[in-house]
Design a protein around this ligand. Structure first.
Ligand SMILES: NC(=O)C1=CN([C@@H]2O[C@H](COP(=O)(O)OP(=O)(O)OC[C@H]3O[C@@H](n4cnc5c(N)ncnc54)[C@H](OP(=O)(O)O)[C@@H]3O)[C@@H](O)[C@H]2O)C=CC1
Ligand SMILES: CC(C)(CO)C(=O)C(=O)O
Length: 305
């Protein structure tokens, strides 16, 4: 199976790198700057005692030949529209597309370009970043990828995709309820992102202040209410995990959105919070805290512009 990984950043570098290590036929679609770094240093995965150096196949936009069987989309939201056009020559009638972006906004864009039947749902649970040297640094011992068909019947090639992704050094799960999984992850990332980005602090820094835990719990309640109204209530155990993760005193936890924010980089504010607020309004759910986060990040983004 020919696999194209779009982007060799924090998520694409890790999952694509693991697939390369496992001997799968993987090519990374990269832009010139990233290509230079990977060609000079190799694709390096570091952190948690690891020092892996790989020399994967790279391809640039305009050099793609023939369709791939699986396209793993690992760009950030701001790069999605351009990446969709770059990757189009690699998508044929039998290609399946597996995006790992947070939220749900990207599904509509991918479906509009490539068709309903081609786009799977996906959830990545990792904590990785690209460091100053261009290496993929693992910050936490999490490596899991969950994917599945968003509607029945599932594409025939999905079983083969699952076989290719399995046994490659990360947890690979074929889900029969991927939309619910995506909503669950969205509630988690929006809760964690809202608490840390609005307060400009890690989970522990917020939880350690009077009122911090109550604030975080109120954020989780808003996010969960939207998911429930949308028809994807987060199971109680999963919600309890989310609540525990965002209220833990002393915890250094923070999402990639917070790392981007504190580094002065572009953030996925509209995709993670704005989209949730819009859906809440349509569903009649009150989300004053999420509206505040959206406004806060809009101000941040306007100052960057
Ligand atoms: N990092 C994490 O721990 C997690 C992130 N996520 C989500 O995954 C998604 C991806 O995030 P992440 O991997 O962190 O982002 P990164 O910015 O680290 O990586 C994205 C990569 O995509 C590349 N890219 C963008 N456009 C193109 C293009 N047209 N062609 C080729 N490459 C392109 C960028 O290349 P260039 O270097 O040229 O800019 C960059 O290397 C986000 O939605 C994020 O929220 C989900 C779970 C965990
Ligand atoms: C919260 C986390 C680490 C889970 O994978 C994530 O999705 C992110 O940082 O973007």
């Amino acid at each position: 199976m020919r696999i194209l990984v779009v982007g060799a950043g924090a998520t694409g570098g890790l999952f694509g790198g693991r697939l390369v290590q496992a001997g799968r036929d993987v090519t990374f679609l990269v832009r010139p700057g990233r290509a230079r770094v990977v060609e000079e240093r190799g694709l390096r995965i570091t952190g948690l005692g690891e020092n892996t150096v790989l020399s994967p196949k790279l391809v640039r936009a305009g050099e793609l030949s023939g369709p791939y069987d699986l396209v793993l989309f690992t760009v950030k939201a701001a790069g999605l529209a351009a990446a969709i056009e770059d990757v189009a020559p690699a998508v044929g009638p039998g290609t399946l597309i597996l995006p790992v972006l947070n939220g749900l906004h990207h599904i509509d864009e991918l479906v509009a370009r490539f068709g309903e039947e081609r786009v799977l749902g996906g959830v990545a649970i990792v904590m990785t970043t690209v460091d100053g040297d261009g290496d993929i640094r693992r910050l936490f011992d999490l490596q899991s990828l969950t994917y599945g068909a968003r509607a029945e019947p599932a594409p025939a090639a999905l079983a083969q995709v699952h076989a290719e992704l399995s046994g490659a050094g990360f947890d690979a799960t074929l889900s029969t309820g991927i939309l619910a999984d995506m909503w669950g992850k969205w509630v988690f990332i929006a809760s964690l992102g809202a608490v840390t980005s609005l307060m400009r602090g890690t989970v522990g820094e917020v939880a350690d202040q009077p009122g911090g835990i109550e604030f975080a719990e109120a954020v989780v309640a808003e996010c969960a209410a939207v998911a429930e109204a949308a028809g994807y209530p987060v199971p109680a155990a999963s919600l309890a995990n989310t609540r525990a993760a965002v209220t833990e005193p002393g915890s250094p936890r923070a999402p990639s959105l917070y790392r981007d924010l504190t580094a002065g980089l572009e953030v996925e504010g509209e995709q993670i919070f704005g989209d949730l607020v819009d859906r809440a309004h349509k569903l009649g759910v009150a989300v004053p805290l999420l509206e505040l986060v959206r406004l806060n990040l809009r101000v941040y983004r306007s100052r960057r512009a």
